[in-house]
Design a binder for this molecule. Structure first.
Ligand SMILES: [Zn+2]
Length: 258
């Protein structure tokens, strides 16, 4: 493996990540050294808070243009508070821009090919897709460093069609969103969901496979590298199946030998 050490940067706002369990998971899977760091943003200066606020996006139909943040927005980033329980009013960030800003926080000595950095964040990372000319929420921005967005995991893969249908049809009748959520409970991830840590394992595998082989995903739903566009598929491949397919188990074996 190219990687000899993995550094995980915690997101304390999302304890469901269970970072110490993830350390064990990675050590067992890849037999490499794994270290954790506190949330890197905790130490951010006004200058870096400004740079992070610059990554915000407002128009989903337009490619990234540097945002000029207000003082309030900079203060928001400095305080590093983010609502993680409210689907409405979620702030969106350009994932690749955010990656550049976060990469600057990594000490020079650790910016080497064999050290793999993974940032957890509850910020919603999005990427602009040139094929349909719009931004999409992403759970994973794969590179070195990589970002795993817990809000992306919850918001990016779609919930059941019936859920959206019920939301639309009941909207005018004043039915509470919570009532509809209750009806579909368990079929998608929610904020503070204890299943998150197991799901995150799958995204860690995808990030590492991408770095090692150039290919993060698998077309097989029976594989943790499956690129789920639906919550149903995400829960199935990560929880019900919870392992790599035969092909990727072999890829992993070869990876560990080289
Ligand atoms: Zn596979």
């Amino acid at each position: 493996m190219k990687i000899s050490k993995i550094i995980l940067y915690d997101e304390p706002a999302v304890p469901e990540i269970q970072i110490n369990d993830l350390v064990n998971f990675l050590q067992e899977k890849f037999s490499v050294k794994v270290e954790t760091r506190e949330n890197i943003l905790k130490f951010s200066s006004k200058d870096s808070a400004f740079k992070i606020a610059e990554c915000k996006i407002f128009n989903l139909r337009k490619d990234y243009e540097k945002h000029h943040p207000s003082n309030e927005e900079v203060l928001f980033e400095e305080s590093n508070v983010q609502s993680t329980t409210n689907t409405e009013n979620i702030v969106m960030y350009d994932g690749f821009q955010l990656l550049k800003v976060l990469a600057d926080f990594i000490p020079e000595a650790e910016k080497t090919e064999n050290v793999f950095h993974i940032f957890f964040t509850n910020k919603l990372t999005c990427t602009y897709d040139k094929s349909d000319l719009r931004y999409h929420g992403r759970a994973l921005i794969a590179s070195n460093p990589s970002i795993i967005s817990t809000t992306g995991i919850i918001e990016a893969p779609a919930k059941p069609r019936g859920y959206y249908y019920d939301l639309m049809t009941n909207f005018t009748q004043g039915v509470n969103v919570e009532t509809i959520k209750q009806k579909y409970k368990g079929t998608f991830l929610e904020y503070n969901d204890s299943r998150l840590t197991k799901i995150v394992q799958g995204y860690l595998l995808q990030a590492i496979f991408y770095y090692e082989t150039g290919e993060p995903f698998c077309n097989n739903l029976e594989c943790r590298l499956f690129n789920a566009h639906w919550q149903k598929d995400l829960l199935y491949s990560q929880l019900k199946v919870g392992s790599l397919c035969k092909i990727h188990q072999k890829v992993l074996q070869d990876m560990l030998l080289n």
